[in-house]
Design a protein around this ligand. Structure first.
Ligand SMILES: Cc1cc2nc3c(=O)[nH]c(=O)nc-3n(C[C@H](O)[C@H](O)[C@H](O)COP(=O)(O)O)c2cc1C
Length: 190
């Protein structure tokens, strides 16, 4: 991925090889690629990350790589399973490991759940990003269950549209943030 202010990093947090949220991540990646937006999909299933806080966890080579990828992102999309009315532990772990790389970035969520009732699940994660790192949470949110997919496992039209809208919003906000960093009055307030 070329590092530019409008680049988008998609963190796919499911470790399940038949993941639905990974399909959301891939759809967002396709949308952005088709529009020549620099995008990198990071599949946590391909990274053997340590648990945050263990001895040497922050020095692990994969953590250093991922921190660099997140630091260079203009916006971050988190695709995650819903586990116990929250994102999964892998999502929380990667956020803890890469920490300040998230600072002042737009962040959006693509979630797969077993049922319709857990749609508030990313709120705790979103709150911590706002409080810890002053992230701007994109006020669009993709939440799906198995019923949002076709029998052959493709995204249904409604959820596909929502993924596209979220991906587009991530790029727009990344560009807006880049403009503000270059032209805004923020530096005078620091
Ligand atoms: C440990 C565990 C906890 C879960 N908790 C919830 C839950 O709180 N709410 C819900 O709707 N689905 C829950 N599910 C179902 C998953 O969200 C669902 O299988 C989803 O497809 C997982 O995402 P993935 O396919 O991307 O891995 C849970 C599944 C597991 C394995």
């Amino acid at each position: 991925m070329t590092s530019t202010e409008s680049s988008v990093v998609i963190l796919s947090c499911s470790l399940n090889p038949t993941s639905l949220s990974h399909k959301l991540a891939q759809a967002a990646q396709s949308f952005l690629r088709d529009r020549q937006v620099p995008v990198e999909l990071v599949d946590l299933a391909e990274h053997d990350l340590p648990l945050c806080g263990g001895v040497g966890s922050f020095d692990h080579p994969s953590v250093k790589t991922l921190t660099g990828i997140i630091e260079s992102a203009g916006a971050i999309l988190v695709s995650s399973p819903v586990y116990n009315y929250d994102l999964n532990a892998a999502a929380k772990n990667v956020m803890e490991l890469t920490g300040s790389g998230w600072t002042e970035k737009p962040v959006g969520f693509l979630c797969a759940a077993g049922g319709r009732s857990s749609y508030m699940s990313p709120i705790g994660f979103a709150n911590s990003l706002m409080f810890d790192f002053r992230c701007l949470i994109i006020p669009r949110f993709v939440y799906c269950t198995k019923t949002d997919f076709t029998e052959s496992g493709e995204l249904g039209p409604e959820i596909a549209t929502r993924v596209d809208q979220l991906a587009a919003a991530a790029v727009d906000l990344a560009r807006a943030f880049a403009w503000v960093r270059a032209n805004g009055v923020g530096d005078q307030a620091r």
